[in-house]
Design a protein around this ligand. Structure first.
Ligand code: FAQ
Length: 328
């Protein structure tokens, strides 16, 4: 049972076969499920897990790029980077709000992130040692995020679907600024070109891992597809991302760090697509389980921000309590 008193807080609904069938019929009819609608406990739980992890990813995802705000090479780049990082913070806030409609509190979600019981995207556990990493994140990480999130605009849960519409518009701008940054580097001197290639080499495989385990290993995909939370499987989205991104690299003269990458006309029902090399799943699970290069730093930074923000939360609550007592 999640905290009562919040919008959408779970009430005891007996999950008879009739209730579950009626719920599935609404999903099949493409009706949106709204916070106060009855829903199976497992549907609510899946959404809290997924939206919560998504929110944490946006907030933790501010850190790798935030690392470069003070060192952006021009005012134009600094303004764009500042705006982008701020957008990611905004996405986190919409998503925490969307999760709260399911009856979980933001404090509870944050505690789960800080204690390691809630996950966030593996991608944000890689370091950003060079300026080209900012281009690679925009181009590849935001590019992968868009591929994953555009279908989420049609998610069966209304508040998540609606939050995704604005998020995707902003991610699209982020992707373009990243690609434009990479393009500028590839048009620069040999060192700048090498810096762009090195960033692509380091970010390519982790970007493919963002889509999650392969379909045979994914625990939640089948049920989430049935509930129309997910519209495509992890492998389907990963393939779409590879097919869209490989020509973009070629266009700016960069080489994908995958010797097994080959065009296969037989893929995608004859429309063609790329075969690509084996993902290092050991690395993926290591990072997901907290043993990536930056996991400890990321959680430490979030804990510091949470602890140092306590007085603000206390002051806001005290102010709200005072206003309420005046109104009563
Ligand atoms: N990292 O059964 P599945 C962004 C976990 S936002 C860590 O396939 P599911 C914006 C998964 O949670 C990026 N853990 O799970 C930005 C599950 O564990 P659990 C985030 C991962 O949910 C850009 C287990 O593995 N996007 O980048 C990962 O059906 C630039 C089994 O997996 C979202 O969250 C991973 N990569 O599919 C910000 C989008 N993959 O929970 C700043 C919404 C899987 O049972 C800068 N989420 N796991 O303990 C989704 O679409 C899905 O949740 C997936 C995973 C596709 C991520």
């Amino acid at each position: 049972m999640y905290s009562q008193g919040l919008i959408g807080a779970e009430t005891e609904t007996e999950e008879t076969a009739e209730f579950l069938d009626a719920f599935q019929s609404r999903i099949d009819a493409e009706e949106k499920i709204e916070p106060n609608d009855p829903m199976p406990h497992a549907y609510r739980k899946t959404l809290i897990r997924m939206i919560g992890q998504h929110a944490h990813s946006e907030i933790v995802g501010m850190l790798p790029e935030g690392n470069w705000i003070t060192r952006a090479p021009s005012l134009r780049r600094k303004v764009a980077l500042l705006a982008k990082v701020q957008d990611e913070g905004g996405h986190g806030l919409y998503l925490y709000s969307a999760a709260e409609t399911l009856g979980v509190s933001r404090e509870q979600m944050t505690e789960e992130l800080l204690s390691g019981t809630a996950k966030y995207s593996s991608i944000f556990n890689y370091p950003t040692p060079t300026w080209a990493d900012i281009g690679a994140i925009g181009w590849l990480v935001d590019g992968a995020a868009i591929m994953n999130q555009v279908p989420l605009c049609r998610c069966s849960y209304g508040p998540y679907a609606r939050a995704m519409i604005r998020v995707c518009k902003e991610e699209s701008f982020h992707q373009r600024q990243g690609y434009e940054l990479m393009k500028s580097l590839t048009e620069g001197n040999e060192d700048q070109k090498a810096m762009a290639q090195d960033a692509l080499n380091r970010w390519w495989w982790p970007s493919l891992m963002m889509f999650g385990p392969s379909d045979t290993a994914s625990q939640h995909s089948d049920q989430s597809m049935k509930w129309k939370i997910k519209r495509f499987t992890n492998d389907e989205l990963r393939q779409k991302f590879v097919d869209a991104t490989v020509p973009q690299a070629a266009l700016i003269g960069l080489t994908m760090p995958d010797p097994d990458l080959t065009w296969n006309q037989g893929k995608n029902n004859g429309d063609g697509g790329y075969d690509f090399g084996e993902i290092d799943w050991d690395e993926f699970w290591r990072v997901v389980k907290g043993h990536g290069m930056m996991n400890k730093d990321r959680i430490k930074a979030r804990k510091k921000a949470w602890d140092e923000g306590k007085w603000v939360r206390d002051a806001a609550l005290a102010y709200a309590a005072k206003q309420n007592s005046k109104a009563a």
